[in-house]
Design a protein around this ligand. Structure first.
Ligand SMILES: Nc1ncnc2c1ncn2[C@@H]1O[C@H](COP(=O)(O)OP(=O)(O)OP(=O)(O)O)[C@@H](O)[C@H]1O
Ligand SMILES: [Mg+2]
Length: 325
């Protein structure tokens, strides 16, 4: 069964057969759940309930020529099932309704209609104080879970590894950064030709590929948070793995820096986290710096509102975080 919009008779038959729809239940809405690139995500509404259906394909749905690990949907399911049984964390994520291994599809609760936080870079959206306080609390609880058997998620990690630790630092990667912002290509060369920096990032990348002690969300950035009526929610854990707590925290801080958050706010987040759980600050700095650099000069660009000069200064800061953590 191929999940797609609009609904066709084959899909409807599947929904009834799988029990996702009761025999006489009428479909009122069948629409795109929200913005996303990787998977097919559909909102299914009936008179009494609303579900989200998410299906992975062996490629990136928005860019079908780019292959992507088909099993990523099961990582998401595994992660949500762990979260669902935790008192505090369960409030942030949808409950799982069905896992269909054959069709690489998962059905989950609809958390409600809401936008993600990608607008924070341009200040179209601002994180409230409560929301800011929530982010490290979520990570603290998540990283404290004692998990033994979680998938190594190696296929997704390799994909991420390429785009975080390797491709952005390739001298000739074929991606013309001037198409993003004139002058960015020249700005990036300083980092792509810095052997010490590249080596430090390479070492960090190897560490990223190893198994760590904590369950991580793995993609803890504004595109994975949504604001709905009942508050901030955390979704899209397809990059989850057992790794360094500093990775999730570093990604969070990197994005707050790119969104020009108040330095005091950022310091408060780190202090809050470290007051409750020990971290390796050097490692935190290195993951933070690498995430900033890969977003500034790599392929996974963000809707940033930074001048070239601001990007250059931030990239210098990031390199220092990596080299002199
Ligand atoms: N359980 C849910 N409840 C409400 N809305 C949801 C839910 N899951 C997903 N959405 C909406 O659908 C959008 C896309 O979902 P998601 O980010 O999981 O897809 P994706 O294809 O993995 O995206 P990406 O390409 O960013 O990885 C979200 O931004 C959100 O607006
Ligand atoms: Mg995703």
């Amino acid at each position: 069964m191929i999940l797609q919009i609009p609904l066709n008779p084959l899909q409807e038959k599947y929904l009834r057969k799988s029990g996702l729809l009761f025999p006489d239940e009428q479909i009122l809405e069948y629409s795109k759940a929200g913005e996303g690139n990787m998977n097919v995500v559909v909102r299914l509404k009936t008179e009494t309930r609303s579900l989200i259906l998410k299906q992975s394909r062996p490629f990136v749905v928005k860019y079908p020529t780019i292959p992507a690990p088909l099993g990523r949907i099961f990582i998401e399911d595994d992660y949500y099932r762990i979260i669902n049984s935790h008192e505090f964390l369960s409030g942030f994520s949808p409950k799982i309704i069905l896992r269909d291994s054959k069709n690489h599809l998962v059905a989950m609760d609809d958390l409600g209609i809401g936008a993600d936080f990608m607008g924070i870079y341009s200040k179209k959206i601002n994180l409230s104080e409560d929301e800011i306080a929530t982010l490290p609390e979520y990570l603290l609880s998540l990283h404290k879970l004692e998990i033994r058997n979680f998938s190594d998620n190696m296929d997704m990690k390799k994909l991420n590894h390429e785009h975080i630790f390797f491709y952005p630092f390739m001298e000739f990667n074929g991606f013309d950064l001037d198409s993003i912002q004139p002058g960015l290509q020249a700005m990036s060369m300083k980092f792509k030709t810095d052997l010490k920096l590249k080596n430090a990032v390479k070492t960090l990348g190897k560490r990223y590929l190893e198994k760590g002690k904590h369950l991580l969300h793995g993609d803890f950035y504004p595109g994975s948070w949504i604001r709905v009526d009942s508050g901030l929610k955390v979704i899209d854990p397809e990059f989850a793995f057992m790794g360094d707590a500093e990775f999730d925290l570093g990604v969070l801080i990197a994005h707050l820096k790119m969104a020009k958050a108040n330095p005091e706010t950022i310091q408060n987040i780190v202090s809050h986290y470290t007051s409750k759980s020990l971290i390796d600050e050097k490692l935190l700095h290195q993951y933070t710096g690498t995430e900033i650099l890969r977003r500034l000069i790599g392929l996974a660009q963000l809707p940033l509102a930074l001048t070239l000069e601001e990007k250059s200064a931030l990239a210098d800061e990031a390199a220092t975080l990596i080299l002199k953590p």
